[in-house]
Design a protein around this ligand. Structure first.
Ligand code: NAI
Ligand code: MG
Length: 352
């Protein structure tokens, strides 16, 4: 029996509703593979911020540093500015644990209608690799002359050679193991310092991966192509901002934000990696038992992959695919009438 300690951070809103399904799936598939999980739950959230003035305690990272993985629901709540919840919890974990790869698989699942007529199951299957530690999401900058006509805001991007190279290497290696194609998102026509640097490094790292055919696309044209011809992509790599936007666009093409999973990886495994659905806390449906747990369940499947149990991870996704393809059970965001628990029970019933 192999045992894993998982730190869980349900967060706010539906984050608290989608983690129990993910845990139930892990426990069930784990039992089949002689894996056991224990969960240490942390109440870090906007609720905690409102009560105690901080999203997490000062020594938060130390409390989860030695866990095998982190499973996160979602954070964010009306009344707490979104930059507070992001910079107070998610970004410190992603950066403190050098989770510099944000992986977002995009697949059109049979039975999940895409708003894009051409996005067909079995054809659309790609991965967005987002740089997760630097780039446009930086604290460098400031405001001057606030509240006057001279007011100005400056926001600096930070692109380091090491930071860009390591995420590119991860993306090229992933493309080598998958379909052998990589698309780099750029904007080197308009952004004249950081993006030409990014492009140069892409060409340099590509030379080390002759097995991968690569291209680069300006982000605006790329956004259009993801809608017009999503089946042509295999691995898309982009900076923090570009990867963030593209992965939500791609998730919408694949049928909705409630389905989309993500992994924040520390590939060197010096620190735990973190797995979380792409969606937020959905205050509009929170507390009603309506949330689609699929994004969280798929994220748990990615956690199994990362921990070295790809067969277990694949079986979770097989069960999800079977429910969607051969039963009417699905949540309201996918056009069904099932609640979170009913959908979860259906997935559990199809696991080995
Ligand atoms: P959201 O993803 O929470 O909701 C957008 C829409 O999608 C809503 O109509 C919601 O009901 C629906 N939706 C989302 N997930 C769903 C699910 N699993 N099942 C069914 N429907 C679902 O994004 P929004 O409204 O922009 O943000 C709400 C809060 O969440 C904000 O405070 C925001 O900062 C935070 N947020 C947190 C994220 C995270 O923790 N990683 C990511 C995105 C937003
Ligand atoms: Mg986003």
């Amino acid at each position: 029996m192999k045992h894993y300690r998982v730190a869980t951070i349900p967060g706010d809103g539906i984050g608290k509703e989608v983690l129990p399904p993910a845990r139930a799936v892990l426990d069930r598939i784990g039992a089949h593979h002689a894996l056991s999980f224990s969960y240490d739950e942390f109440d870090w959230s906007c609720a905690r911020y409102l009560a105690e003035g901080a999203m997490m305690p000062d020594d938060g990272l130390d409390r989860i540093r030695h866990h095998d993985a982190v499973l996160l629901g979602a954070v964010g709540w009306p009344g707490v500015p979104d930059h507070v919840s992001l910079w107070g919890l998610l970004i410190p974990i992603r950066r403190g644990f050098h989770q510099y790869v944000n992986l977002r698989p995009i697949s059109v699942l049979e039975g999940v209608p895409s708003p894009v007529a051409r996005a067909l199951p079995g054809e659309v299957d790609f991965v967005v690799v987002r740089e997760n530690n630097e780039g446009e999401y930086s604290r460098v900058g400031g405001r001057i002359h606030e509240g006057t006509p001279y007011e100005a805001a400056l926001q600096e991007s930070v692109f380091t050679r090491m930071g860009v190279e390591r995420v590119l290497d991860h993306a090229f290696a992933l493309a080598g193991r998958r379909g052998g194609r990589l698309t780099s998102a750029t904007k080197s026509n308009g952004i004249v310092h950081t993006m030409p640097f990014w492009d140069e490094l892409v060409a340099e790292r590509a030379a080390r991966h002759p097995e991968v055919a690569w291209e680069q696309e300006h982000i605006d044209a790329l956004a259009a192509k993801i809608v017009l011809d999503p089946a042509r992509f295999d691995v898309i790599v982009g900076s923090n901002l570009f990867g963030d936007i593209l992965s939500d666009l791609a998730a919408a093409v694949a049928g909705g934000i409630g389905v989309a999973p993500s992994a924040n990886l520390n590939p060197e495994r010096e620190y735990p990696s973190m797995f979380e659905p792409v969606h937020g806390s959905a205050p509009d449906i929170a507390g009603k038992g309506l949330a689609n747990p699929l994004g969280a369940i798929w994220s748990a499947s990615m956690m199994l992959d990362h921990l070295g149990h790809p067969e277990a991870g694949a079986q979770v996704m097989d069960a999800v695919r079977a429910v969607l393809a051969s039963s009417p059970v699905r949540t309201a965001d996918l056009g069904g009438s099932a609640g979170t628990d009913e959908f979860t029970a259906e997935v559990l019933s199809r696991l080995p």
